[in-house]
Design a binder for this molecule. Structure first.
Ligand code: C2E
Ligand code: MG
Ligand code: MG
Ligand code: MG
Length: 282
């Protein structure tokens, strides 16, 4: 099933990654050992509530500390992991680590926030995904409302009936689901109303053009209006400037995330940000 969902459906592969170059094979081989060699690390990026300026969530973003090549970004190795099936064990590690981390921040006296975890298609469409998530919550002791799963719009639109079913089950457990990179896929708006999701994340490609590009500004504004009329919250991704923040705030965008507030940071630093509940530009 995962195989069928791979390939070009999601445009997840960079073209050059499909060719069997020696570099690619070496990277793939190294990725096989990355987990057991402890080379994977989660960074966390604050999600800010517009009204209060407080951190209400932390998105977990994976990094690969490659012994020779240094830090490799997920844009490079997640497609490789998806292609090789390694995304399943890696994705499980991400989920477990993020939940455990959030619990340990709470135990260290930090304010309660959600931790957001990105799911790949193959992971999300696993038969046993809901059970797996439940069991991670149990093991980590994290409350369901402190976990959010991010699924891209294109993943959600691939197999709508399955998705609605899975979203319903997650919703029953109390887990929040948000739709990532919203506006870049091909959402059928009529399906959107059936999805029991919590929020839409406006893709950063639209935020980037604010305020100078009228089309991007119009799209972002419309997404906010539409989301609110469907009872969904909205988060603006990739907010880098004060102008962008202000534009989104004036239009009632509920939350924001981006370099203006903080880059993704290692777990320890994320804990300090949470404890201070002030975010410095870095
Ligand atoms: P995403 O989930 O849409 O994450 C947002 C990306 O935008 C992150 O890139 C983040 O570092 C970057 N970003 C945040 N604020 C700004 C900003 O103000 N300006 C700019 N230019 N960029 C900003 P990153 O960490 O390289 O991750 C890229 C993508 O890789 C993610 O996109 C997500 O789709 C995927 N990814 C990351 N971690 C995981 C994971 O654990 N599992 C899976 N399946 N995918 C992951
Ligand atoms: Mg995301
Ligand atoms: Mg995104
Ligand atoms: Mg993305």
């Amino acid at each position: 099933k995962a195989k069928r969902l791979g390939g070009n459906h999601y445009q997840l592969y960079k073209e050059e990654m499909n060719t069997l170059t020696p570099e690619r094979l070496a990277l793939e081989n190294a990725l096989h050992h990355a987990l057991e060699r402890n080379e994977l690390e989660l960074y966390y990026q604050p999600q800010i509530e517009t009204k209060t300026g407080r951190i209400v969530g932390m998105e977990a973003l994976i990094r690969w500390n490659h012994p020779e090549q240094g830090v490799i970004s997920p844009g490079v190795f997640i497609p490789l992991a998806e292609e090789t099936g390694l995304i399943i064990p890696i994705g499980e590690w991400v989920l477990e680590t993020a939940c455990r981390q959030n619990k340990s921040w709470q135990e260290a006296g930090a304010p309660k926030v959600r931790v957001a975890v990105n799911l790949s298609a193959a992971q999300f469409y696993q038969e046993e995904i809901v059970d797996k998530v439940k069991s991670v919550l149990e093991t980590s002791g994290l409350a369901a409302e402190c976990l959010e799963l991010e699924i891209t719009e294109s993943i959600a639109m691939h197999s709508v009936d399955r998705v609605i079913e899975t979203f319903r089950e997650l919703h029953k457990v109390g887990i929040q689901v948000s739709m990532d990179d919203f506006g870049t896929g091909y959402s059928s708006l009529s399906y959107l109303k059936h999805f029991p999701i919590k929020r839409l994340k406006i893709d950063q490609s639209f935020i980037r053009g604010i305020p100078s590009r009228a089309d991007d500004a119009a799209i972002a504004s419309s997404i906010i209006v539409m989301a609110h009329s469907l009872g969904l919250q909205v988060l603006g991704e990739g907010v880098e400037t004060e102008e962008q923040r202000q534009f989104l705030a004036e239009r009632g965008c509920d939350e924001m995330q981006g370099y203006l507030f903080s880059k993704p940071v290692p777990a320890k630093q994320a804990e300090e940000l949470l404890k201070k509940q002030t975010v410095v530009n870095n």
